[in-house]
Design a protein around this ligand. Structure first.
Ligand code: NAD
Ligand code: DAU
Length: 348
């Protein structure tokens, strides 16, 4: 089986590529990635020599290029993760999100449909989406697969749009597809623009920890390796034209999570208890900030038997240990353009 993984040099994509390359020696995994600021081949240095792995540098917004690689390789399956993924960047530059997340997805759908010539036997287009398409929850309730779409940020609007296109290609052209909507991931290789890795990096460097608003926003956190396990399961066992929600059953208010992180970092860095917490700084809120996300993951649990394998406390320790042992990785991704981004985002 020849599988195209898009966005495989990014955070989640690199864990998916590693899992498939190592678990399925009979498959060939093609990792297509534009290597934007978020893509990093260092994430895959351990598997780059495997004979069932090929990296292709390219942009999903380039229609001709995408058609070309489908005709060259004739993939049997697509696992589509490539995206602009950061909410704050979508507020600053929505069009970049329309281009990659919407147009890029439609380019892939067209190329798959044309290449497969309406013979969809044993073919699958797997679209990786987010719980943010469902909008914001109040203090109670959970997102299920039947929750109406109600996106609030340019990022979530672009992901919602791409989900609609995938379903529309299923209805209109019988494209065999599956979609998963996952909650917040964390773990190794997470780019330090997102809450957990940004705060780990700032604690290491004794810099302020910029908590948006009052910090009483809630997210549902899942260890990235457990997301990759779920993706493997859904790719192989998920029903055609179905959606599965994936989540950690693990809700945290930002401020409580940040305090836990500070405690664990103090202990790892041999700092006095309470030292890192002193870095917490409340800053202006994210516009349109969604109050709470929480996933009901009972469908994937009941139908496919998936559940998280790592508790949050274990996952957080593994994550902190990874960043502390990979300071070179952290240094490389936080030089140059990252500094410009950081100054614009946090010093304005
Ligand atoms: P990421 O930003 O770490 O990685 C995205 C990857 O896509 C990068 O390697 C980047 O180079 C590549 N890319 C971006 N634009 C491209 C283009 N035009 N052509 C080709 N490649 C391009 O993102 P992530 O956090 O790993 O998220 C991966 C997917 O999972 C996204 O679709 C995201 O919406 C979804 N998702 C993420 C989370 C999360 O918590 N991070 C949760 C649920 C769903
Ligand atoms: O829910 C899934 C989504 O999770 C994914 O689809 C997105 O790709 C991913 O980026 C993530 O979105 P969030 O906006 O929830 O993640 P982020 O890490 O940016 O923020 C988490 C929470 O922390 C959110 O309430 C905003 C807050 N925050 C974030 C940053 C970067 C801060 O308080 N300060 C910060 O500096």
């Amino acid at each position: 089986m020849k599988i195209l993984v898009t966005g495989g040099a990014g955070f989640i994509g690199s864990h998916v590529v590693r899992r498939f390359v190592q678990s399925y020696p009979k498959y060939h995994i093609y990792n297509l990635d534009a290597l934007t600021y978020a893509g990093n081949l260092e994430n895959l240095s351990d598997i780059k020599e495997y004979s069932n792995y090929t990296f292709i540098k390219g942009d999903i917004t380039n229609e001709e290029f995408i058609n070309g690689i489908f005709h060259k390789y004739n993939f049997d399956g697509v696992i589509h993760l490539a995206a602009e993924s950061h909410v704050d960047r979508s507020i600053a530059d929505p069009m970049a999100f329309v281009k990659t997340n919407v147009i890029g997805t439609v380019n892939l759908l067209n190329a798959a449909r044309d290449c497969w010539e309406n013979d969809f036997e044993n073919k699958r287009f797997y679209h990786i989406s987010t719980d943010e398409v469902y909008g914001a929850l109040g203090e109670v309730g959970l997102f299920t697969e039947l929750t109406a779409y109600d996106p609030n940020s340019p990022y979530s609007a672009s992901k919602a749009s791409s989900d609609h296109f995938v379903r529309a290609y299923g209805e209109t052209y019988n494209m065999p597809y599956v979609i998963t909507n996952c909650s917040n991931n964390y773990g190794p290789n997470h780019f330090p623009e997102k809450l957990i890795p940004l705060f780990i990096n700032n604690i290491i460097n004794n810099r302020p920890l910029p908590v948006y608003g009052d910090g009483n926003y809630t997210r549902d956190w899942l260890y990235v390796v457990d997301h990759a396990r779920a993706i493997d399961l859904v790719f192989h066992k998920g029903k055609n034209a179905e959606t599965y929600n994936i989540g950690g059953f693990n809700e945290w208010k930002n401020i409580d999570l940040v305090k836990l992180l500070c405690k664990q970092m103090d202990s790892k860095l041999n700092r006095p208890v309470g030292e890192s917490e002193k870095l917490i700084t409340y800053v202006k809120d994210r516009p349109g900030h969604d109050l709470r996300y929480a996933i009901d993951a009972s469908k994937i649990n009941k139908e496919l038997g998936w559940e998280p394998s790592v508790t949050f406390k274990e996952g957080l320790v593994k994550t902190i240990d990874w960043y502390l042992s990979n300071k070179e990785w952290l240094k490389n991704v936080t030089s140059g353009k990252y500094k410009e981004y950081y100054n614009i985002q946090y010093n304005n």
